[in-house]
Design a protein around this ligand. Structure first.
Ligand SMILES: *[C@@H]1O[C@H](CO)[C@@H](O)[C@H](O)[C@H]1NC(C)=O
Ligand SMILES: *[C@@H]1O[C@H](CO)[C@@H](O)[C@H](O)[C@H]1NC(C)=O
Ligand SMILES: *[C@@H]1O[C@H](CO)[C@@H](O)[C@H](O)[C@H]1NC(C)=O
Ligand SMILES: *[C@@H]1O[C@H](CO)[C@@H](O)[C@H](O)[C@H]1NC(C)=O
Ligand SMILES: *[C@@H]1O[C@H](CO)[C@@H](O)[C@H](O)[C@H]1NC(C)=O
Ligand SMILES: *[C@@H]1O[C@H](CO)[C@@H](O)[C@H](O)[C@H]1NC(C)=O
Ligand SMILES: [Zn+2]
Length: 483
């Protein structure tokens, strides 16, 4: 970590006081109290930090949606030469679980979007998604860190449920003013240690610091602006313009509000199905697809732009470094598992798993998995049903990475420190089992039981206070340079 940006005490204190005020948290305005003064020349400037761009997708993962993601990202590279990663907020109705495994093993982030796409979801919708993704897509529980509410419909109970289940972050809140406006609500991601600061008009009961959830992060969704600051577009803005060129103008102008301003992350929030080719009922998306490629090419022509998953973004927030030291951020590396190509195991890597998928023939939507097929469809109230008769495949154990596990032989191929892994359990609501347990089929009942109290402290308090203050410092530092 580089030397922390120096700044006058007054500006930091003021920014943090404002943060504590929750709704009125203002990170980007006159907290600097004037120019000059000791240390002024040593402050971090916005152009010293990366411009992060998050490409997120929501809903079911299917062939159509994977094609869309690959179309936009597969050929791109970040400044370090690694392929960009993205975050998929996954709901499970109509999801093909084997494709979730593939997305994950390729390095993308799989996040929770409830099982059945329920707005203001109950706890079973949220935690059931986690459990079913673990059992049937082989995603380690500890790697399912984020949540987005379907229809962006959430309330205080939604956030409390996330906090209870040790999620790292929510990304359901919205920012509705330009990143470079003087009273913007386009905050950098923040923890709810001091309460929520977005959507306060709609959520007066929990704003103003009334609901504090220490350690839980919020990654606001940043709007795209059209003709004026009241012409606000959030998800799939490309569906809302008169034509693709008009939307290109919106995206470019909004990107510059971030890039030339405080470098808050810029987001593209997609429902990939709307960009799918030949999907029944979807208007031909060619013009929009071309426009988005043009936009991403243009974005990547700027210096220090990184296309990242939300998880990668938070990794940087917890240990913010300047562009000069960006190579130190491990999570931004390429990190592909080096499983030998001649291994024939069902692990999410196409060359290894050819011919090994298990087909679960449910009437509503037949899906594939590397793990066992449940006797009945997973539901919020029974997210991990026991195996159908005669199906002896295993679920992912807690001590093997997805790419190295053979669910047919119940064997972990990893035999070196380089691939060693432990899926540390975390308390999930009412469940007390190790959700990543080495089970043979039958759901959580045979998993090694670990009580909530023994969950590693890493998951109990969420983000260590020091990490938060590091991020706050940097945010405050950025605040201090904007007039
Ligand atoms: C599910 O994904 C696999 C690849 O992981 C693919 O072979 C299969 O056709 C897909 N099934 C459906 C129903 O889309
Ligand atoms: C949670 O909500 C879902 C519908 O979204 C429902 O099917 C389920 O029964 C509910 N579970 C509980 C415990 O309330
Ligand atoms: C969160 O956990 C607390 C303590 O176990 C419990 O009382 C509360 O009902 C939970 N809230 C939600 C929304 O899950
Ligand atoms: C914000 O950014 C836009 C786009 O670059 C620019 O036109 C506008 O002047 C900026 N506004 C402020 C207040 O700096
Ligand atoms: C799972 O548990 C069984 C029986 O306890 C054990 O033989 C096997 O080695 C374990 N598998 C893994 C991958 O840990
Ligand atoms: C929690 O688990 C207990 C014991 O299994 C059960 O009786 C209770 O109904 C569960 N509560 C919820 C909210 O699921
Ligand atoms: Zn959705």
């Amino acid at each position: 970590m580089p030397a922390r940006p120096r700044m006058r005490t007054r500006s930091l204190a003021l920014s943090l006081v404002l943060l504590a005020a929750g709704a009125s948290a203002q990170l980007s305005t006159g907290a600097n109290g004037g120019e000059g003064g000791p240390g002024a020349s040593a402050r971090a400037q916005p152009q010293d930090v990366p411009q992060f761009v998050t490409f997120t997708a929501d809903d079911a993962i299917q062939s159509y949606t994977v094609e869309v993601i690959n179309h936009f990202l597969a050929e791109r590279r970040n400044p370090n030469g690694c392929a960009p990663k993205m975050t998929y907020f996954t709901s499970l109705s109509y999801t093909n679980y084997s494709m979730v495994t593939e997305m994950y093993v390729a390095g993308n982030e799989i996040a929770d979007h409830t099982m059945t796409h329920a707005g203001k979801p109950n706890v079973s919708e949220i935690n059931g998604n986690l459990r079913a993704l673990n059992a049937f897509a082989g995603i380690p529980v500890s790697d399912i860190a984020g949540f987005r509410a379907p229809l962006l419909s959430w309330d205080g109970d939604t956030l409390r449920a996330l906090h209870n289940a040790s999620f790292t972050y929510d990304s359901s809140m919205t920012s509705a003013s330009p990143a470079n406006a003087s009273n913007t609500d386009a905050y950098w991601p923040y923890t709810l240690d001091n309460g929520i600061a977005n959507n306060c008009l709609e959520q007066p009961d929990i704003c103003q610091g009334r609901l504090k959830l220490p350690g839980l992060w919020e990654i606001p969704m940043y709007s795209t602006f059209g003709e004026s600051t009241s012409d606000i577009h959030l998800m799939d803005p490309w569906l809302e313009g008169r034509d693709a060129d008009e939307v290109l103008g919106w995206l470019q102008q909004t990107f510059l509000q971030h890039y030339n301003g405080n470098r808050q992350p810029f987001g593209l929030y997609s429902h990939p199905i709307h960009l799918a080719i030949n999907y029944p009922g979807v208007t031909n998306p060619d013009a929009i697809r071309n426009m988005l490629q043009t936009f991403l090419d243009w974005v990547q022509s700027h210096d220090n732009v990184w296309i990242v998953s939300n998880k990668q973004l938070l990794e940087w927030m917890r240990n913010p470094v300047t562009n000069e030291h960006i190579a130190d951020v491990e999570g931004l590396g390429c990190g592909s598992p080096a499983v030998p190509e001649d291994e024939n195991i069902c692990n999410g890597i196409p060359v290894n798993m050819a011919g090994l998928l298990n087909r679960c023939d449910f009437a509503a939507f037949p899906w594939q998995t590397c793990y066992y097929c449940p006797a009945t469809e997973p539901t919020p109230d029974d997210p991990v049903p026991s195996p159908r008769e005669g199906d002896t495949r295993h679920t992912l154990p807690s001590d093997c990475q997805t790419a190295w596990f053979d669910p047919i032989a119940n064997r972990c191929l990893c035999d070196s420190d380089n691939c060693a892994f432990t899926d540390e359990t975390r308390p999930i609501g009412n469940y007390s089992t190790n959700l990543g347990g080495n089970t043979t089929g039958s759901g959580d009942s045979t998993g090694p039981v670990r009580a909530e109290a023994t969950a590693p402290s890493k998951f109990n308090g969420g983000v260590p206070a020091a990490a938060w203050s590091g991020a706050a410092l940097l945010v405050a530092a950025l605040a201090a340079v904007v007039p």
